[in-house]
Design a protein around this ligand. Structure first.
Ligand code: AMP
Length: 113
């Protein structure tokens, strides 16, 4: 998608602090971290929300989920971490390319769930 910031990061048109990449997935540090460790895991196919994904994109989300424990381990998150996937306006989704937040590296304290 021409005007998608994450597509531009995936294409290498915008720099990112990559922590993992393969043919299907890119993971990079959030530019405005909300925890000591804050990484975004992004499927390389553009779609905004789970409601919009097709079967191939669902397979990419599965691959993200399978890869996340390995990424978390590489980030030193041995005490655990939180995953967040914002979906749409009420959730505060600001980048409309599906992404999974990994948050950790500290006691996450008060929490919604
Ligand atoms: P969300 O609110 O779930 O859509 O999250 C979007 C996230 O993308 C926010 O936490 C932003 O800080 C992050 N973000 C936006 N632009 C960039 C960028 N160029 N590099 C890394 N993270 C970014």
């Amino acid at each position: 998608m021409a005007d998608c910031i994450f597509c531009k990061i995936i294409a290498g048109e915008i720099p990112s602090d990559k922590v993992y990449e393969d043919e299907d997935i890119l993971a990079f540090r959030d530019i405005q971290p909300q925890a000591k460790v804050h990484v975004l895991v992004v499927p390389k196919s553009h779609f905004a929300t789970l409601a919009e994904m097709d079967e191939e994109q669902a397979e990419l989300v599965r691959k993200c989920m399978v890869k996340i424990p390995e990424i978390a381990k590489s980030l030193g998150l041995s005490n655990g971490y939180r995953l967040i996937i914002n979906q749409g306006k009420d959730a505060g989704q600001t980048v409309h390319h599906l992404h999974i937040h990994i948050l950790g590296g500290q006691d996450m304290g008060e929490k919604m769930l």
